[in-house]
Design a protein around this ligand. Structure first.
Ligand SMILES: [Zn+2]
Length: 236
């Protein structure tokens, strides 16, 4: 179990930490800024810097035994720091910030398209949601105009927490049917964009929708009976 600093401050680029475990090519820390793969958002990459300046490259971050632990995956055959070693954990911020912008953009897309979400994926260069909806209801120009209006409106975003029981009583908060929200320590994290969207989400988001920048709908395609995929990219 580690202190997951990205939950309360997704803008933290680095933190001091101590090694709590190391095996094969995986390091665990007592606190971390690394977001582990989950909810359609990729795990962070970056580095662990030791006191002597040695930088151990982190190629991926995954969830450990529970939602409160993070496995920092090093390159194969990397020299592992011993438990107790103090170091600086530093994420690849340029990459993470793009993921945060796209992640927040998907909340806007989910608010604009009124249909159950059947899947989703966030990348560095594009992101998509799948909807259970008729293709004829997905109009590129209309979706693009509406999400960009939400971007331009400069809505603030904020995390909130509710209990697992409260979430069970409000199933509408779980929009993405294929992704169960993390339930660490009996509580569930929500992401609220007041007046726009409120749903269970453990990911990292930008603080204001304006920070996403303008978006383009680059593709609308059927990926199956219940999967009509809308793909977004940053507008040039
Ligand atoms: Zn989210």
């Amino acid at each position: 179990m580690a202190q997951l600093l990205f939950r309360d401050d997704p803008y933290l680029k680095s933190c001091e930490a101590a090694v709590t475990g190391a095996r094969e090519n995986v390091v665990e820390l007592d606190r971390t800024v690394f977001y582990p793969l989950g909810g359609g958002q990729p795990g962070d990459s970056g580095a662990l810097q030791l006191a002597d300046g040695t930088r151990l490259r982190v190629v991926d971050a995954r969830k450990g035994a529970d939602d409160e632990s993070v496995l920092h995956c090093l390159e194969p055959a990397a020299a592992l720091p011993a438990p107790g070693t103090r170091l600086t954990a530093q994420i690849d911020w340029q990459r993470r910030h793009r993921l945060m912008r796209f992640h927040t953009a998907l909340h806007l897309l989910g608010a604009v398209v009124e249909a159950p979400v059947t899947g989703g994926r966030i990348g560095e260069d594009k992101a998509h949601l799948d909807f259970d909806i008729g293709m004829e209801k997905l109009v590129k120009e209309e979706i693009e105009a509406r999400i960009n209006a939400l971007v331009d409106a400069g809505h603030t975003t904020r995390p909130a927490w509710i209990t697992g029981a409260e979430l069970d009583a409000r199933p509408e908060l779980v929009k993405t049917m294929s992704v169960a929200p993390p339930r660490g320590a009996g509580r569930v994290r929500l992401l609220e964009i007041p007046g726009v969207d409120l749903q269970a989400c453990g990911g990292t988001h930008v603080a204001n929708t304006r920070e996403i920048g303008r978006l383009a709908v680059v593709r609308i395609r059927s990926e199956g009976k219940r999967n009509k995929r809308v793909t977004l990219a940053f507008a040039q």
